[in-house]
Unconditional design. Structure first.
Length: 429
């Protein structure tokens, strides 16, 4: 099999969450354990950091990787889903796994795949762990796929666990309340292993504290220890200062991730690095922190986070897709100067989207579309649900057509925002 045939085999053979939704989610670690045991347990052959949470775990993972790369560590990075190329999921020092490695792994493990019948995600996790072990990375950042407790990535023994925040998402699989969802996310808290929580929430904090106490895991809430001030966008960079109490820790820290919401992720990253410095052999200095946070996109290839696709008109996309994520997107829109607002919008059909729709701006022209996957919500269904919230616009047969029409309709000083689902952003990019 060549590279494309290998991907076709994985996509067609294995249950894939992005394609079919909940039926592909294996609430069990058995397959991953069997698969990795057959590979010689590669997950125990490198140091790791485990990053979970509802929103911000991708940005946080990429920022951590960027800083550790800047420090000179050979850094693995496992994230999901990918936007354009499957290989985005597995990187070392920002460079994607080679096509050859993907081909040879699937070829060598084909009998095991046929025997174990894992999900697409389980195979991808095993591939990542195998890659990081073979390349002898100094440290790997492992992003949780879904939940935490029963996520395939949860067979690692990390130096530190990180949980960015909790909000309502994937409620059909993780629970209908913040407390239930926090219980699933808290599953990555390990015995005697420090845990950093990014955002304190009255419903989730007690869940994390209880689990940390059970596991004798030192717990710290980043937003209690640190605070960000003076943030502004200048020269396409987010600039901010970080305080600990009254003491300024980082003055005019700059990030190439310009979403205003990124200040929360930056505090999570800084506190994680502080705990690593204090409790492990993984050390980072101030110069690497400043360099790493200012060059995340360049060093790790991160895309889709309040990303400018073009100017005149200004076209921006963002992967925020649940209530909390869309809330942050709307704050960014409100702080962006524009004459008229155009929104290219698509969603998936296995989520309750009424909360998201209730938050969307009414003063925009909408271009409703369906992302090109089985889970995509038909544009006409989306438009009908949006009309209940007084959101008006036309439907389009594809993301590409919706994007092209929005740009054509927009004036030079207008803003075209593209989002709703990660898969809409993937097609737009």
């Amino acid at each position: 099999m060549n590279y494309q045939q290998t991907l076709d085999y994985l996509y067609s053979k294995l249950p894939m969450f992005t394609r079919v939704g909940a039926s592909a989610f294996k609430k069990d670690l058995t397959n991953t354990i069997i698969f990795c045991e057959a590979l010689g347990n590669p997950q125990h052959q490198f140091k790791s950091i485990h990053v979970g949470g509802t929103n911000g775990k991708g940005s946080t993972s990429h920022m951590l990787a960027s800083v550790l790369q800047a420090q000179g560590y050979k850094t693995g990075l496992y994230t999901s889903p990918h936007l354009k190329d499957f290989r985005e999921r597995i990187r070392i020092n920002g460079k994607m796994i080679s096509k050859t490695e993907v081909i040879s792994f699937v070829k060598n493990q084909q009998k095991l795949i046929e025997k174990v019948e894992p999900s697409f995600f389980e195979v991808t996790v095993a591939l990542a762990f195998d890659c990081f072990a073979r390349h002898q990375v100094n440290i790997a950042i492992i992003e949780v796929g879904l939940g935490g407790r029963l996520d395939s990535t949860n067979i690692i023994n990390p130096l530190i666990s990180v949980i960015t925040n909790i909000s309502l998402d994937h409620t059909n699989m993780l629970g209908n309340t913040l407390t239930e969802i926090a219980g699933e996310k808290a599953g990555i808290i390990k015995k005697n292993t420090p845990v950093v929580i990014g955002e304190t929430h009255p419903e989730s904090a007690p869940v994390f504290e209880k689990k940390a106490e059970q596991e004798n895991a030192p717990i710290i809430f980043a937003d209690v220890v640190l605070r960000a001030q003076n943030f502004k966008i200048k020269n396409n960079k987010l600039s901010l200062s970080v305080y600990q109490g009254e003491e300024i820790k980082y003055k005019n820290l700059q990030s190439d991730l310009t979403g205003i919401y990124q200040h929360k992720n930056i505090l999570t990253v800084l506190e994680t690095l502080a705990v690593l410095n204090e409790k492990t052999e993984i050390k980072t200095d101030e110069a690497s922190i400043f360099k790493g946070i200012s060059q995340v996109k360049k060093q790790t290839g991160l895309q889709g986070r309040w990303q400018t696709l073009s100017k005149n008109p200004l076209v921006i996309c963002d992967t925020g897709h649940n209530e909390a994520g869309i809330n942050e997107v709307i704050k960014n829109i409100s702080q962006t100067p524009y004459q008229n607002l155009h929104i290219v919008f698509g969603m998936v059909k296995d989520k309750d989207i009424s909360k998201v729709l209730s938050l969307m701006p009414k003063n925009a022209t909408y271009y409703f579309c369906k992302p090109d996957l089985e889970r995509g919500l038909a544009a006409s269904d989306l438009a009908a649900q949006a009309a209940v919230f007084n959101l008006k616009g036309n439907t389009y047969s594809s993301v590409t057509e919706a994007k092209a029409t929005a740009i054509q309709s927009a004036g030079a000083k207008d803003l075209v925002y593209i989002g709703g689902s990660t898969f809409v952003v993937a097609e737009a990019i």
